[in-house]
Design a protein around this ligand. Sequence first.
Ligand code: ZN
Ligand code: ZN
Length: 346
Amino acid sequence: MRAVQFQGAGHPARIVEVPIPQAGPGQVLIRIGGAGVCHSDLHVLEEGLGFTGEFTMGHENAGWIAELGAGVTGFKEGDAVAVYGPWGCGYCHACQLSMENYCENWASLAGFGGGLGFDGGMAEYMLVPSTRLLVPLGNLAPVKAAPLSDAALTPYHAIKRALPYLTADASVVVLGLGGLGHMAVQLLRALAPVRVIAADIDPAKMEQAKRLGAHDVVHTGDANAAVEQIQKIVGARGAAFVLDCVGVQPTFNLGARLLGRNSVWTIAGLGGGHHDFHHGSTPYGCTMSTPYWGSRVELLEVIAMARNGHIHAEIAEFPLDQAVDVYEKLKAGQIKGRAVLVPGLK
Ligand SMILES: [Zn+2]
Ligand SMILES: [Zn+2]
């Protein structure tokens, strides 16, 4: 089968021929219906993030069960499933709470998940080590569900942590309206009665965010003008929650200027920006955090929201063979919503 592989830091992804894996005891083989193309893949390819060796990329995966290993129960061949991305040890305190994204034993694991050290879903088939990492999709199409496993789960987890602050008189600023940001706008509208201000440098993404429920959209090309425009909306109180889906230095700098007192500042994007956190650097009572992905139970909730029509990923489908080109498009900011690689698509 064809697979899009990581072949060392600094090398572009390569499309290679590999054998179709077989499900061993307890394992499940998935026929991939879609694999989301995530911005963090660019960090994996360019910087390596500590990964060595070769593995198949793709950590936002969904498809149909093709083969059940010995002893596997609860699922049957042909079932549509999403694959939970961060694979923990499965038995520590965090994993028992389904928060494998915060597995205590992460340092001793051979990888972080499929597409992150282990073979992922940018291939025709993918091996999943346990059914605990699968979420049934019902009638939700795998190609639509794949991006939800990260692009929706990550902002969902961040928003849930901030929920006590998201009162009916609160304003929220979403910085960056790409894969995560376009989901964040919808999740905020579904989860809290807040005013949602969506900001980006791309008018097409702003227009999309407006259509998906943002109350206000702001162009951040000129930071001073953006701050002034947002301050007019949020007033003296400032933003109760700034969700930075980019995490580069300009969005850090912008976010810091928008926060109110007793607020939450969450950096979900891996853009490499930084903030010198100390008394006086942010308003009093501001909580800053850098959450990672989300829990298995939260993925169940995200999938339920999509099945119930509260959220959807806006996707652009590409054949698997175009992966290298799609990564270039993503890097150039030319993907609106989420790009999804689809095996068999011509
Ligand atoms: Zn990702
Ligand atoms: Zn664990």
